[in-house]
Design a binder for this molecule. Sequence first.
Ligand code: PGA
Length: 253
Amino acid sequence: MRKNIVAGNWKMNKNLTESQALITEIRGIVRDENTNKAEIIICPTFLALASASKLLDGSTVKLGAQNCHFEDNGAFTGELSASMLKSVGVSHVIIGHSERRQYFNETNEMLAKKASSAVNQGLTVLFCVGETQSERESEEHFNVIKSQISEGLFHLTAKDMESIVIAYEPVWAIGTGLTASSDQAEEVHAYIRSLISEKFGEATAESTSILYGGSVKPDNAVELFSRANIDGGLIGGAALKARDFFDIIKAIK
Ligand code: PGA
């Protein structure tokens, strides 16, 4: 059985005090109302991670980072490694978010190295893929997803894949209020699962969680999460409000 997961990607939002307040609020709601149907992960900025880890001590809420470098240490000014994240209690890391691909020129080759480094450090990777609007319009989306998955993940072993969660995030749906329909999302999720199955076998494909991301809100989450190949969500804007985030978590049945 694969896990249902709801992860919050806070992006470049919330200073330290604001982060601590939101974490405390989420922790409280989860403690009082948790349905235990989904693994819950929050990914604040690097700034807040060490303190978040202390605030989440004893909570079921897991802590993720939004990026890491592929080397363990060295002359990479401004970067952080997977082992450093691990040292402050981080268990998950987002790799390959479309904003990193687009604004920071992260290539599939670089992301493959980041995925290896994170897995080797014992982190679980939330590996993001997704096509742009023009790629969808020209019906290139399956090809784009195939190269992102194969070039980013196919150097790994089936064992490594136990530490990989995939997030399908169509770029045109991120932060735009335009959600993929549940049919569009389900179609791509099923395709991703078939790619994993061809490369790593049926058992790995069946146990890999595939999340949908892109304008998930409490009112569209139920429909999206009801689909066979959608195992939860990666949530941006709605993860910045504890109540909305928890209402999305409750959409997991
Ligand atoms: P959104 O972002 O929910 O604000 O669209 C999702 C993401 O980028 O992970």
